[in-house]
Design a binder for this molecule. Sequence first.
Ligand code: 5MM
Length: 339
Amino acid sequence: MTTVATTATSSLVDIAHDLVGSGRGILAADESIGTMSTRLEKAGVEPTETNRRDYRELLVTTADLREGVSGVILCDETLRQRLSDGRIFPHALDELGLLPGIKVDTGARPLAGSAGETVTEGLDGLDARLAEYAELGARFAKWRAVITIGDRTPSRWALWAGAHSLARYARSCQDAGIVPIVEPEVLMDGDHTIWRCAPVTAAALRTLVDELTVACVDPAAMVLKPNMVVAGSTCPQQASPRETATATVEVLGAALPDDLAGVAFLSGGQDPDVATANLAALQEVPAPWPLTFSFGRALVSPALQAWRGDPRRVVDGQAALARLVGRNAAVLRTPSRRR
Ligand code: 5MM
C-alpha cells in the first residue's frame, strides 16, 4: 500500500497506536439493536433500550478495564445513551481512560448478481454521520464486511464490492479525523479446512489492500480487524493454535504493508479459551505489526450469562469480563513477543 499525502494527521497515527500498540486490546460492544436484543433474550433478559444500556454500562464501568482494553466500540444507540450517573457514553469512556469508538456500517444486505452473498451498506450520508460522531466524541470507527466460504463463494464480485466499500469508509474516516477499523470477516460458518480459509482470507486481504491503496488510505492511521485463519466451525479437523498462528501471519504478511498501525483480531464465534490460545500463539510468530484482539463474544458472553439482567449480579458480570480481558491482555505482554 502506498502512503501518499492525505489529510490523516499525526494525531490519527497516535490514536491508532494507542488502540493497538499499547499492549492492550479493543472491546467490541457494538452489536446492533437486533443482534443485542437476540442475545439478551437468549440470556432471559427483556430486550429493552434500558436493558441494552444497563448491559453496556456494566461492561464499560468494569474496574480497571483500561488496563487491558484501549478502546470500546459502541453502536449508534449506545453512543447517544447516558449512564445512570447522567454522562453520555463517549464522555464516560473518555473519563475512564478508554477511547470511544462507533460502528458506522448499517449492516450486510443481499448483493445483486451474487449467489446469496452480501455487501455491507452505510455509505449514504456517511460523511455527515462521521462529522456528528466526531462531535459526540468518537475517536475511531468500525465497518465490517462479511465473506462466506461455500462451494461457489466467495465470488470475485463480492470480494471487490466489500473491499471497495471498506476503502471508501476508511477514506471518509481519515478525512473526518477518525481512525478507521477495517474489518473484512471471513466467517467460520461451514466445514471447510484451515487450508481453504487461508487462500480465501488471502484473496480478501489482497483485494482490500488494492482498494485502500486506490483510495489513498494511510495505513499508519488505520487498524485492520481480520479473522484468524482457522478451520470452519463444523470441520472435524480443527487446527492447533500453532497452525492457526503460522497460517494467519503467513497470509497477513503476504498481503499487508509493514507500516500498518496494527492488527486486532475478531473472535468470530471461537470459544473464549480457543481465542485466547490462538492469540497467545500469534505472539510467538514474528510480524511487523502489533497483533492484538478486538473480541466481542469471546470477551462478553460469560459476562452476559453471569449478569442475566439482575442488578445484584452486576459484580459477577464485571468479574467475568475482567477475567477474560486480563487473560487476553496478559498474553500480549509475554516476553516471547518478537518482531
Ligand atoms: C464479527 O463480530 C465483530 C467482532 O465480534 P466477535 O469477536 O464476537 O466476532 C463485532 O464487532 C460485530 O461486528 C458486532 O458485534 C456487530 O455485529 P452486528 O451484526 O450486530 O452489526
